[in-house]
Design a protein around this ligand. Structure first.
Ligand SMILES: NC(=O)c1ccc[n+]([C@@H]2O[C@H](COP(=O)([O-])OP(=O)(O)OC[C@H]3O[C@@H](n4cnc5c(N)ncnc54)[C@H](OP(=O)(O)O)[C@@H]3O)[C@@H](O)[C@H]2O)c1
Length: 286
């Protein structure tokens, strides 16, 4: 089993649950020190566990290329890693950091690893992590790479891409799902932790541990491909996992998004490959 962003929050707790259940876990993380510390923490509790670490930075296409080259043989692939609210920051390839990581990075990764996993023929559960906040988003192509509203938009795009993949790989050995953690107290929410702490006194907010059970639920229940699994209470905000739904917009305009995304990535890659004098034009590609 492979989990991206497994050093922290929901990803770490997912790794812990899976190790507890006896799975061999590959932690795909961007920060080697944090990953090593997380691995040590798990090994302290489960000394005989099989846990390895592999580098993966979703905000850098070259890192994704390198990761895909040495793709481990896995039967579960959980795209958990994500970022929230990093206005103005960019990925290595020049995209808005939030869109570039949560959607374009996961898209680029999927396009690299899924054909390989399909070719290997082994049954794979492939789980993309969305968010209930996708329900308030809109996809507007001229503002696609705008940092305003990027988090919700990135998760709406990811939901559409997941639906596309579920259809595309429907009859194959790859079973594509979506999960979401509801609202969980993790480092990603650090910028509004004060608000959440106050809110958590009035309404229950999930622990990372409870939210992490979505992956185990999917593996135990094998719902239909394309299913979404998230908390069962407060409109998907809190509780134990059960089948959830995406909003209607996640089912619409999938083909135009996939076409646009492919063109956007290809255009940026072409600029990256071009001589240094062309680098100044990068800002206008999307
Ligand atoms: N917490 C919530 O309420 C909530 C709600 C809805 C959806 N989600 C989603 O749940 C997932 C897990 O988030 P979390 O709440 O557990 O937050 P978290 O504790 O901050 O974990 C996020 C993980 O993603 C990693 N990551 C960030 N950018 C990356 C990159 N460019 N390449 C590789 N890894 C990267 C982080 O690595 P570093 O430690 O190195 O930063 C960290 O391991 C995310 O996809 C998030 O969008 C969370």
């Amino acid at each position: 089993m492979l989990i991206t962003g497994a050093n922290s929050g929901v990803g770490f707790k997912t790794a812990e649950t899976m190790v507890y259940l006896g799975a061999a876990v590959v932690m795909a993380c961007r920060n080697a020190e944090k990953a090593a510390a997380a691995r040590e923490k798990l090994l302290a509790e489960y000394p005989t566990a099989k846990i390895s670490v592999t580098p993966l930075d979703l905000a850098d296409f070259s890192s994704i290329d390198a990761f895909a080259e040495r793709l481990p043989d896995v039967d579960v692939f959980i795209n958990n890693a994500g970022v929230f609210h990093r206005r103005g920051e960019k990925t290595k390839d020049g995209f808005d950091l939030v869109m570039g990581t949560n959607y374009l990075g996961v898209f680029y990764l999927g396009e690299k690893v899924l054909p390989k996993l399909a070719e290997r023929g082994r049954e794979v559960a492939y789980i993309n992590t969305i968010s209930i906040i996708h329900k308030v988003a809109r996809v507007n192509f001229p503002r696609f790479d705008d940092s305003r509203g990027a988090y919700a938009r990135s998760k709406l795009c990811l939901a559409r891409y997941s639906r596309y993949l579920a259809e595309e790989y429907g009859d194959s050995n790859i079973r594509v799902y979506m999960s979401h953690p509801g609202i969980a107290l993790t480092p990603i929410a650090a910028h509004f932790l004060g608000g959440m702490n106050a809110l958590s006194k009035i309404v229950p907010i999930n622990s990372a541990e409870k939210s992490s059970l979505a992956a185990a639920w999917i593996l135990a229940n094998e719902p239909p491909v394309g299913s979404v699994v998230g908390p069962n209470k407060l409109f998907g905000g809190w509780g134990y996992p059960k089948l959830n739904r995406t909003c209607r917009r996640a089912k619409r305009d999938i083909e135009p998004l996939i076409e646009f995304t492919n063109k956007t990535i290809e255009a940026r890659s072409a600029v990256s490959r071009a001589p240094a004098s062309a680098e100044g034009r990068q800002e206008n590609v999307v």
